[in-house]
Write a protein that binds this ligand. Structure first.
Ligand code: TYD
Length: 140
């Protein structure tokens, strides 16, 4: 299947489960267990000023888990035809974003942390940063 055939409904929310104790919880993400790609990079977004929107791009081959490690935010996914809004607000839930989809991140709560597990190292050539280019890519 061509990467650009992925749709917004192909992206799922994964319950990573949690180990609960009286003194707090642990959630584990482990290669070969509860993530369908090998993690090559982890990064996190924090201190996002109120009202700021992030994302606004697509990736050609990168797959990601996005997790609200703290606080909450919304992810808008767009496959060129349909848009879907997913609100993330629990550290045990991961949104699996497939390659070839436009994404925007909105409505960051104060103190929120968006943690991203990525299938590849950073590569600017993997980005599509113009929505018009994204539409051309989807229609190819
Ligand atoms: P970008 O992916 O556009 O951020 P967001 O989707 O959160 O809006 O990246 C913002 C800047 O940070 C851009 O100049 C590239 C740089 N960057 C890296 O150097 N390495 C990385 O792993 C990431 C994710 C971004």
């Amino acid at each position: 299947m061509k990467l650009e055939n992925n749709t917004v409904s192909d992206c799922s929310i994964i319950d990573l489960s949690k180990i609960c104790t009286e003194s707090g919880n642990i959630t584990v993400v482990e290669n070969g267990s509860n993530i369908p790609f090998e993690v090559k990079r982890l990064y996190y977004l924090y201190d996002v000023p109120s009202g700021v929107e992030r994302g606004g791009h697509a990736h050609l081959k990168l797959e990601q888990y996005i997790i609200a490690a703290s606080g909450s935010f919304d992810v808008i996914l767009d496959d060129g035809i349909n848009r879907r809004k997913i609100s993330l607000n629990r550290p045990n839930l991961a949104l699996h974003i497939l390659p070839g989809l436009w994404r925007e991140l909105h409505n960051f709560s104060s103190g929120s942390i968006s943690m991203v597990l990525a299938s590849h190292e950073y590569d600017e050539k993997d980005y599509i940063r113009e929505y018009s280019q994204f539409k051309i890519f989807r229609n190819e």
